[in-house]
Write a protein that binds this ligand. Structure first.
Ligand code: FES
Ligand code: FES
Length: 158
């Protein structure tokens, strides 16, 4: 069964005819937002994380029709005028990217985490708990924690 939905993705309104069973992840990827990665496909790894009304969700287990009328943010939309976002830049500077498969999802989780910790210096424990839904097979997480610390520092200096 098809349904027409309207959602805003990275500040652009899209009207789409979707299958009611389609996941938000599949619909976003079909629309060219390929930063949204399919890892596990069952809500375990966080590779597909996007922000829905600024809240991180696993888009593989979120029906696209639930996104009707909502504001979606993916990693593509975080850079401005060809420049990486402060969070993306911090991941690069901290060496937190190896294969990179987990990175777009982690960047979105960090983006939301820091929007909720403005003016704060989150502890390593808070960072780890705040990113517990995103798995990485490569980095051992230490560089990711450093990237979040660096991004928090940059955010507080702005
Ligand atoms: S692909 Fe969605 S949580 Fe793993
Ligand atoms: S950098 Fe490879 S999965 Fe995280």
């Amino acid at each position: 069964m098809k349904r027409t939905i309207t959602m805003t993705v990275n500040n652009k309104e899209l009207t789409l005819d979707i299958d009611v069973r389609a996941s938000l992840m599949d619909v976003l990827r079909q629309q060219g937002f390929t930063s949204v990665k399919q890892g596990c496909g069952v809500g375990e790894c966080g590779a597909c994380t996007v922000l829905v009304d600024d809240v991180p969700v696993d888009s593989c287990i979120y029906l696209a029709m639930w996104a009707h009328g909502k504001n979606i943010r993916t990693a593509e939309g975080e850079s401005r005028n060809g420049e990486l976002s402060p969070v993306q830049q911090a991941y690069v500077e901290a060496g937190a990217v190896q294969c990179g498969f987990c990175t777009p999802g982690l960047v979105m989780t960090t983006t939301s985490f820091l929007e909720n910790h403005k003016g704060e210096k989150p502890s390593r424990e808070e960072i780890r708990v705040g990113h517990a839904g995103n798995l990485c097979r490569c980095t051992g997480y230490e560089t990711i924690v450093r990237a979040v610390e660096l991004a928090a520092k940059k955010q507080n200096e702005e």
